[in-house]
Design a protein around this ligand. Structure first.
Ligand code: 5AD
Length: 369
């Protein structure tokens, strides 16, 4: 069934009961039950209000802030939906120097950020040995938690990066539909992606994953299966956002009702009460108050963009990405914006609170040399 097609409303009492047992008894629903929840507009407000309560129970009104630095837009991959794919000749490429990255991290640290996310395309010039040196240098000069978002590497490489002192890793599986995965990722497969994700966890990282919502050709069933796949993985962090058509591909419009994307995040919160869930930038691209709505309800993490301005406009995963990081969510205004929403900035590094991940939280600030 296409995401945009309406279906008959199923009996409301049964679904209200389903929601209750999800919240009260940690019941893990079947994919078809998630489809029913997504398709029942009458319940959407209740889902959001449950998700808000669950978020508040574990995190209160505190929002963890993670500064993100996009250090390179070179990428060997050809993900069809992504503006920095290697075969997109229309964009200007950049890669930051190690010194520049370190200077930026020092600034971020001075501003009181306890964590930094280093994100880049899969850029062979950022070899694992270069990244290991970079991580060690950072950890020697500032007490900051490092999250990597640099794509697929071998098991040995992930272990080296972990040993160098990076503690967290983000890798979205993008979609768990093998057909859709193959359609959007030439020369790759969902199985390969899943293996990379498992390697990351095995290397001892606090692991974040998630998917793209509304990829053209996807259905409500795909959305439900992605929600379920994520929840069964039990991630420490969940990074999920709507697909935005990239420059030149505006004809490939997103599938589905955008309201469903907010419901998806709420369901992820209900099924993963302890996960750190950021309000991702892509939400602001189609709804000016997208991230704000998420922070007031299901999400407990915000990731201000601290990439130097001259590069930020070149990190074009999708159009208008750089625009939404200005204005009220500019990194210097985050505190004021949060308090205007009745939220507060969390203190401390915001490690995973999943009981099964507590053994991963060590080496606070020291390298493992
Ligand atoms: N729209 C929304 N998100 C995108 N990403 C890549 N391209 C797009 C797009 N067109 C996301 C992918 C990737 C993350 C870094 O950016 O999910 O994992």
């Amino acid at each position: 069934m296409e995401l945009s097609k309406k279906v008959e409303e199923p009996p409301i009492n049964r679904l209200s009961h389903l929601l209750k047992i999800i919240v009260q008894e940690n019941y893990l629903p079947e994919a078809n039950e998630i489809v029913e929840l997504l398709n029942t507009g009458q319940l959407h407000e209740t889902i959001i209000s449950y998700a808000t309560k669950v978020k508040q129970r574990h995190f209160g009104d505190e929002i963890h802030i993670r500064g993100i630095i996009e250090f390179s837009n070179y990428c060997v991959k050809q993900c069809k939906y992504c503006g920095i794919r290697s075969n997109n000749s229309k964009i200007v490429r950049y890669r930051m120097e190690d010194e520049e990255i370190i200077t930026r991290i020092k600034l971020l640290h001075q501003l009181g950020y306890p964590t930094v996310v280093l994100q880049g395309g899969e850029d062979p010039m950022f070899s694992t040995s270069r990244l290991v040196n970079l991580i060690k240098t950072i950890k020697k000069s500032v007490d900051i938690v490092i999250t990597l978002s640099i794509g697929e590497r071998t098991q040995e490489e992930y272990v080296e990066l972990r040993k160098a002192g990076a503690q967290r890793f983000l890798l979205r599986f993008e979609t768990c539909s093998q057909e859709l995965y193959a359609k959007y990722h030439p020369h790759s497969s969902f199985k390969k992606r899943e293996e990379a994700l498992l390697r990351i966890r095995k290397a001892g990282f606090q692991t974040g994953t998630g998917f793209l919502m509304g990829l053209p050709g996807s259905t409500v069933e795909d959305l439900a299966r992605n929600i379920l796949y994520t929840s069964k993985f039990k991630p420490d962090m969940i990074g999920t956002g709507p697909y935005i058509p990239p420059e030149g591909l505006t004809s490939l419009s997103p599938s589905g009702d955008r309201n469903l994307f907010f419901i998806t995040i709420a369901l992820l919160r209900l099924l993963n009460p302890l996960a750190h869930i950021p309000a991702t930038t892509a939400f602001d691209t189609f709804d000016m108050r997208g991230r704000e709505k998420l922070l007031k309800t299901s999400c407990n993490v915000f990731m201000p963009n601290l990439t130097p301005c001259k590069y930020r406009k070149l990190y074009t995963l999708y159009p208008s990405k750089s625009r939404v990081d200005k204005d009220q969510w500019h990194f210097l205004k985050v505190d004021t914006t949060l308090s205007s929403l009745g939220l507060t900035k969390a203190t401390g590094p915001g490690d995973s609170i999943l009981p099964e991940s507590q053994n991963l939280i060590q080496d606070k600030g020291e390298t493992n040399e």
